[in-house]
Design a protein around this ligand. Structure first.
Ligand code: UDX
Length: 450
């Protein structure tokens, strides 16, 4: 069977590469010619461990191809996966323009009966609309059916998440579509959950929003832990042994980011409102996350009053480790606030610098090691728990910084270790360690006055 994948972002490209890996013939369509040429050479346009090898091997072995010629690709496809983006609109709703552009191209060019499989995260009911749209606009005398097949991969582990997924969810309205998709996924040997289309669309939002809720819940518990002398890491550990809770997504921090959680919480909240219902838990999830982002900034402001002229080492820029993606990364608005305060920023990230430069082309010094960022700094902010950062011993901060004051948004260090150092260490949901003597701090305050 001929499989075509529309869109070569995280979802589309990984879907296409992994389907070819299990033996299917796959053509990936994108509008960007340069990107297509790169992918043909086995170079992934996104940073994703293991993806380059998959692209190269399957392209060389003739199972995976890339093209901008969508007309030819859609003409005789049996299955067309849609994996284009559904970004957030200003009001929080999902922008479906890219999805419907692809649908128009399919309707105009398909010459054979086919199944359109929507992987993009779309509001509940969209697949019904897509099927109607295709039926109304189809040029040739063919049957087009639509199935929902949400994607659960996480960036940084996308290839493994797909090849060894915990479940595949397919939302179908006919036995034929169900059988076809089961055949496609046979090679993965993963549990398949079959639902109707609307339920499958909801599974995706409910899964992402539940994970976001779990994080916001832990962040609130963390904030309260600080007030009552509990330690959120110990609390999470104590909770995690209960299989009903599980041991994942209990890490308190400076808030969730990325291309999915912020967008999908807002989209579901918007959709519920549009239906006259308020999802109170999702509303709270969003509010807690927004507030959490600036927690450490507020602490720094409280400590110093003004941050004007202070040298701030920013360690970690991406929304999480293992990706160069900066979408909704807490680093971005925090750096904005620090710059607005008049602080001098020295930033380090192992892979995110080039993308960060697009957001902040000037006004920031970028360095290639954490040590360079820390040298003579008045304070350090940790926004991403990269290994390159976590593995730095606290003695390095103590030795290199002008005043070793650390605001750790990802709890990279143990409080016990911090206690043994001449540092001030603020983290999330744990007691702040204030070991610096007033003398050391006054150096910073004097510097600020001058
Ligand atoms: C997420 C979902 O995991 C994935 O199933 C879905 O398909 C897309 O959205 P992703 O955005 O790549 O994937 O990242 P994820 O690893 O889930 O992390 C999202 C954010 O939550 C990150 O900013 C991360 O730092 C934060 N996070 C995660 C926490 O703050 N605490 C945790 O315990 C886990």
């Amino acid at each position: 069977m001929k499989i075509v994948v529309a869109g070569t972002g995280y979802v589309g490209l990984v879907t296409g590469a992994c389907l070819s890996e299990i033996g299917h013939n796959v053509t990936c369509v994108d509008i960007d010619k340069n990107k297509v040429e790169m992918m043909k050479q086995g170079i992934s346009p996104i940073y994703e461990p293991g993806l380059d090898e998959l692209l190269k091997r399957n392209h060389d072995e003739g199972r995976l191809d890339f093209t901008i010629d969508y007309k030819n690709a859609y003409k005789d496809a049996d299955l067309i996966f849609i994996g284009v983006g559904t970004p957030e609109r200003e009001d929080g709703s999902a922008n479906l323009d890219y999805v419907f552009n692809v649908c128009r191209q399919i309707a105009e060019n398909a010459e054979k009966d086919c199944l359109v499989v929507v992987k993009s995260t779309v509001p509940i009911g969209t697949n019904d609309r897509i099927e109607e749209f295709l039926k109304e606009n189809v040029k040739n005398d063919i049957q087009i059916e639509v199935a929902s097949n949400p994607e659960f991969l996480a960036q940084g582990t996308a290839v493994v998440d797909t090849l060894y997924a915990k479940r595949i969810v397919i939302g179908v309205e006919s036995k034929k579509a169900e059988e076809l998709l089961k055949e496609v996924y046979e090679g993965y040997n993963q549990p398949i959950v079959v639902t109707n289309r609307r339920s499958a669309e909801m599974v995706k939002y409910a899964s992402n929003d539940f994970l976001a809720l779990k994080i916001s819940f832990m962040n609130e518990i963390a904030n309260f832990c600080e007030m009552v002398g509990a330690d959120v890491e110990d609390v999470a550990k104590g909770m995690s042994f209960d299989p009903r809770i599980g041991d994942k997504f209990l890490n308190a921090g400076i808030g969730y980011g990325g291309s999915c959680f912020p967008k999908d919480t807002k989209a579901l909240h918007w959709l519920a409102n549009d239906n006259g219902y308020e999802l109170k838990t999702i509303k709270a999830t969003i509010e807690v996350n927004e507030n959490q982002k600036y927690k450490l900034f507020r602490q720094a402001k409280n400590k110093f009053g003004s941050l004007k002229g202070l040298k701030v080492a920013v360690l970690g820029l991406t929304f999480k480790p293992g990706t160069d993606d900066l979408r909704e990364a807490p680093s971005i608005p925090n750096v904005r606030r620090l710059l607005d305060e008049g602080a001098e920023i020295i930033a380090y990230d192992p892979v995110g610098v080039e993308n960060f430069k697009k957001v902040y082309p000037s006004g920031i010094t970028y360095v290639s090691t954490p040590e360079e960022a820390l040298k003579d700094a008045d304070m350090a902010f940790i926004f991403t728990e990269w290994n390159e950062i976590k593995s730095l011993d606290l003695s390095v901060y103590e030795d290199l910084m002008y005043t070793p004051i650390i605001f750790d948004g990802r709890n990279c260090y143990k409080v016990k270790e911090a206690k043994e150092r001449q540092i001030d260490y603020y983290s999330i949901g744990r007691k702040a360690i204030l070991n610096l003597e007033e003398k050391a701090l006054s150096k910073v305050k004097t510097a600020m006055v001058i």
